[in-house]
Design a protein around this ligand. Structure first.
Ligand SMILES: [Zn+2]
Length: 400
């Protein structure tokens, strides 16, 4: 029955491209069979990857690592609610393993359906203020969900106090030191509300403290599972090393040796077009995605090497309508260079840059803005729908 439904849904969705098509296919499946997620997951090892930032990249790294064992079902397009999960499982029906990136607000529902072998919890910070995803509420929902699955292994980031408070006391936890680049949401203890004490490690007077790491970075190597494994990622940034660490721990739990995981992950160059380089006219455009203050804190250090900067910010439903988070990003750190503020909310970005004393021009259309920048390398940083739009236009123009 599910097979027939899947093929009908596939035909229905073939006319729609990319992640939207995947989600449509999933919605058709779930409408025809509300239990499809559970049916399709049965008998497979499913890993759920969740957290505010890094879940798409971590899921891609993990899918590469698990791919060394055989076929993997994966919602690679980033459709990360139940519909995306069900479409991924239906597409690779015979893959014995699945990696599903799951939106933090949908983890409980997906976990209840698929009974995951492993849940990877990367970090929990403020994302979209107007979606009601207050950090404490999200943490509580995830904690309740994990409690219903005592046999699930939780791979959790011990550097994020919110993650530790969410996971503490669970029967099966592997702690990874995946770093927490931004602590704006974690200065208060989620358990007792007191101020955390942050010295070399963080702790709280109530007793909540940083657990011992089972997996940690050691320069360009990973220590875990009793061995030290060299790790050379093509993906940039320290935060991606943290994502890779979590992926290695999860892959190891399903039988992938650390060396094999590291080799498989090293080949990954871009993730859903993020980190991709595109030639457009006289410009070589490097594409980065950052959608909230924590993501920006991790992205800012990557920008220093580029001679020109294009910022593209939208505030559509998928981005969150509220752009006040721009004021939590330390744009003051940006060095002077040709800079353009663009996107639906170009004026908001421009105002923020003015307060940060960053010289810039404001142009709504990002490709028109690009033409104002000198020829050569440009780094573009966009939030969710801005990134998708920019990629679509660049891809159409370059015939990709
Ligand atoms: Zn406390």
């Amino acid at each position: 029955m599910v097979a027939a439904i899947a093929s009908v849904a596939s035909v229905a969705a073939r006319r729609i491209r990319g992640g939207e098509g995947v989600a449509t296919r999933g919605r058709v499946l779930l409408t025809l069979d509300p239990g499809a997620l559970s049916h399709l997951a049965r008998g497979r090892d499913v890993v759920l990857v969740t957290g505010t930032n890094g879940k798409t990249t971590t899921a891609h790294l993990l899918a590469a690592a698990l791919g060394t064992l055989g076929p993997v079902a994966h919602n690679a397009s980033g459709a990360n609610m139940s519909d995306g999960a069900v479409a991924a499982l239906a597409t690779r029906r015979h893959a014995p393993r699945a990696v599903l990136e799951v939106d933090e607000l949908h983890l409980a529902r997906v976990a209840d359906a698929v009974s995951p072998a492993v849940v990877v919890l990367l970090n929990l910070t403020r994302d979209q203020l107007d979606r009601g995803s207050e950090v404490a509420a999200v943490a509580t929902s995830i904690r309740k969900s994990l409690r219903r699955h005592p046999r699930t292994l939780v791979v959790a980031n011990r550097d994020d106090p919110v993650v530790v408070a969410t996971v503490e006391g669970m029967p099966r936890v592997t702690w990874v030191a995946a770093s927490a680049g931004w602590s704006g949401d974690a200065s208060l203890c989620l358990r007792c509300g007191r101020q955390l004490v942050a010295k070399h490690e963080w702790s709280c007077p109530c007793g909540l403290s940083q657990p011992q790491a089972d997996w940690e970075l050691d320069g360009a190597a990973v220590r875990g599972a009793g061995v030290t494994t060299p790790l050379h990622l093509r993906l940039p940034g320290r935060f991606n090393l943290g994502n890779a660490l979590a992926a290695m721990a999860a892959a190891h739990a399903l039988g992938v040796p650390p060396g094999a995981a590291a080799d498989a992950m090293a080949d990954l160059e871009s993730v859903a077009h993020r980190y991709a380089t595109v030639r457009h006219g006289s410009h070589e455009l490097h594409l980065l995605l950052a959608k909230n203050p924590a993501g920006w804190a991790e992205t800012l250090p990557l920008l220093k090497d580029y001679p020109a900067l294009l910022l593209v910010i939208n505030a559509r439903e998928a981005d969150g309508r509220d752009t006040s988070w721009l004021w939590d990003v330390p744009f003051e750190q940006l060095p002077p260079r040709p800079t353009v503020a663009s996107g639906d909310r170009a004026a908001d970005v421009g105002l923020r840059l003015s307060y940060a004393a960053v010289g810039h021009q404001t142009v709504d259309d990002p490709l028109a803005g690009l033409e104002l920048l000198p020829p050569g390398e440009v780094v573009a940083v966009a939030n969710y729908t801005a990134f998708a739009d920019l990629w679509r236009r660049l891809a159409v123009m370059s015939g990709r």
